[in-house]
Design a binder for this molecule. Structure first.
Ligand code: HEM
Length: 221
């Protein structure tokens, strides 16, 4: 039996897997910085984080709205108008008796193509997955007992899985129709990096601030 002389083309890598792999480090960094699953999360730190998120979402959504105006059919395909969330962050801040987030938000250029828009949206929509865990955790904190349920972290409730599945379908369809997966992944990385930078100096847990060495020299002390 001889070896098959025909070279079979390799199947294209799945764009959703590419997105997750290419942004895993940035996701972990952001998760660590925000530390929203901290059992000692205080209302003041939650307000600080929500404020940053509100400003970030406002900026990101303005760019996506500009893209949607230029590409209404693509925006309808991914149900963009029902994925907007900046108002929910504002409502959550209001429920906590806090002002809206600091404006203006970070510099985040408007997506130049549908591939870039979907890359940006990947970051925003994916956050609803972790949001389910965050929402559940917030419900256990005595310090937030009087506040009622916040809505921005987990806006879709029991529809979270279905909304994510339909987003993933839209992304894969776009790439199958010739959309550029590299542009999509690059936009997701840019969006994550911008958010991580925007949040680096957000208020940190008191426990961490107390336990953390003030300079690298202290680490070996
Ligand atoms: C402390 C904060 C966060 C925690 C604890 C967290 C946790 C998680 C968890 C557990 C998942 C996987 C859920 C699943 O597969 O069912 C996930 C997915 C994801 N999160 Fe977060 N997250 C946090 C913040 C964020 C933020 C702020 C963003 C972006 C703005 C973000 C973006 C994403 C994305 C894009 C995914 C989808 C990954 C994929 O499967 O491709 N997360 N997160």
């Amino acid at each position: 039996m001889t070896a098959d002389p025909i070279e079979h083309p390799r199947p294209a890598p799945d764009v959703m897997l590419q997105l997750r792999t290419a942004t895993a480090t940035e996701h972990q960094q952001l998760e660590d910085t925000l530390d929203l699953l901290d059992p000692g999360l205080t209302p003041a730190r939650l307000i600080a984080v929500l404020g940053r998120m509100h400003a970030f979402w406002t900026t990101a959504e303005a760019g996506l709205d500009a893209w949607a105006a230029a590409r209404p059919d693509d925006a309808a395909d991914v149900d963009w108008s029902a994925r907007r969330r900046s108002d929910l962050f504002a409502a959550d801040l209001d429920a906590l008796d806090a002002p809206p987030g600091p404006g203006p938000g970070p510099h985040l250029p408007a997506p130049a193509s549908t591939a870039e828009a979907l890359g940006t949206m990947y970051v925003l929509e994916g956050s609803t997955l972790g949001g389910v865990f965050i929402d559940r955790h917030l419900g256990t904190l005595p310090a937030l007992a009087g506040v009622g349920r916040l809505s921005a972290f987990s806006p879709y409730g029991d529809q979270t899985g279905a909304r994510w599945a339909s987003f993933r379908r839209s992304v894969r369809d776009h790439v199958a129709r010739g959309g550029d997966p590299d542009a999509l992944v690059a936009a997701a990385r840019r969006t994550f990096a911008t958010m991580a930078l925007w949040c680096t100096d957000v208020e940190q847990p008191a426990s961490r601030a107390a336990g953390r060495p003030t300079d690298p020299g202290d680490a070996s002390a």
